[in-house]
Ligand binder design. Structure first.
Ligand code: NAD
Length: 512
């Protein structure tokens, strides 16, 4: 078992941690006004934080704005070199940071380490990207003219992150934003601020060693009021917000009112279609990992299974017996498959969803419930459950952030695709099939309407190389790989006339 006290010490987590940091500068600690952060693993206090005031937020954002002038002047490949060093610092801290992610958030140690690996991967990706901030060159219709486009940094990028990926989501945004020449202000989830403090210490050391000006990467610890200040702040050129659809609508409305830019990564309601041609053993692994991994608290968790009537009963039986083998308990113990929910509010939402499902007619083939007794003292451990439902139930249309899996029967693939698309969210989707025609239809314009569509893979576990995000109420943003970097830059079209005439476009004559 890991020694949390030693890990906290190595990660520079103190008894009370400051409300903000602009890099080498940290706010004064106020021991009289603190919030205690408890672990969902054992219910014990991990540490305390000061919550930022509006004045604290302003100081950090002002510093980020000042630092922008210096940081944008650093050549992009040199900015990439700093990010390369951040990646190395994360490699060194991987074991400790991964364990703290697991202890503060409740995901399994393997998943905590996997989350830090994603941070390292995006650093590597961003280093390469720093030499590839390409614009196109176009052919001008005017003689002796050159036309091309350039990408310039935006300014201050605000990052609002959710509890379930407490550190990776920040790095997906920050590492790309940094190589693009922006400065960052991060407001992590108020449920997981200590992993954020640890990241700030890691990055600050690298910045200090390279004489990077204070303010390039700032951290502000706060709850939704600080997020709201950020959304309304015209100094923040881009607000990248990850969390619930409710939060996304509030942030999008505030940013739109000032015509700022947003990048939204919101809730999902992800389904796997299991066809008669599926390899049911593969489908079983993909489904169970997707539904119970991170205790159903991934934006890409599998929430709905749309199963062909010819394999429905067989697959249901396989699932029921697989669920009997799931070991629930301390996520730092690698023998367990599933840890706790984040807090007792999340347990209430889980119980509420089960009640609503039953009231609408749902038939539970694996019953849920809260676990108590030895090892479950935090009150956050629940049983993963499975219900047979109709897609139209209000509760099925809603994302419940918990391990509740809904089974829905279908007869034709068109019907299955309509069910899969028949929810307000559009994040991740999958089909299990060995039939090429079914797979291609699912991936076609008439198929899945989600940002992520997989064949013979579950809905969760994306790689950083692809653009990550979803449609409809998932918010439309794309982060991480492919050309997601463009969201952190402004595009400028440049035309240079190297003739001695001034011909006008569209053949317009303007003689005098
Ligand atoms: P949440 O919406 O409660 O909080 C997320 C963040 O938004 C927190 O930092 C919070 O302080 C802030 N916030 C809340 N209300 C705000 C407001 N009105 N203005 C500004 N900021 C505000 O979400 P959560 O419970 O932390 O996370 C779970 C949700 O996040 C799920 O819906 C999940 O699907 C989603 N999520 C999506 C992705 C994705 O990439 N699509 C990734 C991770 C999580």
């Amino acid at each position: 078992m890991v020694d949390i006290q030693q890990i906290l010490k190595r990660l520079q987590i103190n008894e009370v941690n400051p409300a903000y940091s602009t890099g080498s500068v940290w706010a004064e600690v106020d021991s009289s006004n603190t919030r205690t952060i408890y672990s969902p693993v054992d219910g014990k206090p991990i540490g305390k934080v000061n919550m930022a005031t509006a004045a604290d937020y302003n100081k950090a954002t002002e510093q980020a704005q000042q630092a922008f002038n210096a940081w944008r002047a650093v050549p992009a490949p040199r900015r990439g070199e700093i990010v390369r060093q951040v990646g190395n610092a994360l490699r060194e801290a991987k074991d400790d940071l991964g364990a703290l992610v697991s202890y503060e958030m409740g995901k399994s140690l393997q998943e905590g380490l996997g989350e830090v690996q994603e941070m390292i991967d995006i650093c590597d990706f961003a280093v390469g990207q720093s030499r590839q901030l390409y614009g196109l060159t176009m052919q001008s219709e005017r003689p002796l003219h050159r036309m091309y486009e350039q990408y310039h940094p935006l300014g201050v990028v605000g990052i609002i992150s959710a509890f379930n990926f407490p550190v990776a989501v920040w790095s997906w945004n920050a590492m790309l934003a940094l190589v693009c020449g922006n400065t960052c202000v991060w407001k992590p989830s108020e449920k997981t601020p200590l992993t954020a403090v640890a990241c700030q210490h890691i990055i600050s050391k690298v910045f200090k060693a390279n004489d990077i000006p204070d303010g390039v990467c700032c951290l502000v610890i706060g709850d939704r009021e600080i997020g709201s200040l950020m959304a309304n702040d015209p100094r923040v050129a881009l607000v990248s917000a990850t969390g619930s659809t409710r939060m996304g609508k509030a942030v999008a409305t505030a940013v739109a009112a000032r015509l700022g830019k947003v990048l939204l990564e919101l809730g999902g309601n992800n389904a796997i279609i299991i066809t008669p041609d599926a390899n049911l053993e593969m489908a079983l692994i993909g489904t169970v990992f997707g539904a119970v991994g991170t205790a159903g608290q991934r934006c890409t968790s599998t929430r709905r299974l749309i199963i062909h009537s010819s394999v429905y009963d067989d697959f249901k039986q396989k699932l029921v017996s697989a669920y009997k083998q799931i070991r629930i308990g301390n996520p730092l113990d690698s023998n367990n498959h599933m840890g706790p929910l984040i807090d007792t509010d999340a347990v209430k939402s889980y119980l509420d969803a089960i009640e609503k499902c039953k009231a609408e007619g749902g038939n539970f083939v694996v019953e849920g419930g809260v676990l108590d007794g030895e090892g479950y003292a935090s009150g956050c451990y629940v049983k993963p459950c499975i219900a047979e439902v109709e897609n139209s139930y209000a509760i099925v249309q809603h994302e419940t952030f918990a391990p509740i899996l809904y089974l829905i029967k279908y007869n034709t693939l068109d019907e299955a695709i309509a069910l899969q698309n028949g929810v307000p969210q559009g994040l991740s989707s999958a089909i299990m099939t060995n039939n090429l025609r079914e797979a291609e239809l699912f991936l076609s314009g008439a198929g899945s309407d989600c940002g992520i569509a997989n064949v013979n893979i579950g809905t969760s576990g994306a790689e950083i190389g692809g653009a990550f995000g979803g449609e409809k109420e998932t918010g439309g943003g794309r982060e991480s790989g492919s050309d997601a970097w463009k969201a952190y830059m402004r595009r400028q079209t440049n035309t240079i006339n190297y003739s001695t005439e001034l011909p006008l476009a569209q053949g317009i004559k303007f003689d005098f």
